[in-house]
Design a protein around this ligand. Structure first.
Ligand code: FE2
Ligand code: FE2
Length: 130
């Protein structure tokens, strides 16, 4: 398993916890496909992952906006950093079909970002949202 449930901190908002839990399954399935170099499965799950992440980020951003959360700008910028990286790696994947590059990104960058983002930005936003 790539990211275990206990590695993603629980936050003080149930909608956000649900978004993270649902997404974790997709993330872990994607990781397995990349690790086993299953080209067709990676093709399919890359799209699913990006769609799931977009729903996750957008839902949080909408909730923060509606509640007038002051740090929405910084939180959204951190989402945007990952949106851009995912778009870049998907674009490269579509051309190169290189699982090694994707695996490297997942091992060296994505997991650290994801767990760190939840612990820092999501925890803070959730405390405000309740
Ligand atoms: Fe989140
Ligand atoms: Fe977030």
């Amino acid at each position: 398993m790539y990211i275990q449930e206990h590695e993603v901190q629980k936050v003080g908002n149930e909608i956000m916890n649900m978004l993270h839990e649902d997404e974790l399954e997709v993330i872990n399935n994607f990781y397995e496909a990349v690790k086993s170099k299953d080209i067709e499965k990676i093709d399919e799950l890359f799209k699913t992952l990006i769609a799931e992440i977009e729903v996750h980020f957008k839902t949080e951003e909408d909730m923060m906006e509606q509640s007038g959360y002051a740090d929405i700008g910084m939180h959204k910028s951190d989402h945007d950093v990952m949106r851009k990286k995912l778009a870049k790696f998907q674009k490269r994947w579509d051309v190169l079909k290189g699982p090694k590059e994707v695996l490297n990104f997942l091992d060296k960058d994505f997991k650290k970002w994801y767990t760190g983002h939840v612990s820092k930005w999501d925890v803070s936003a959730a405390t405000h949202l309740g």
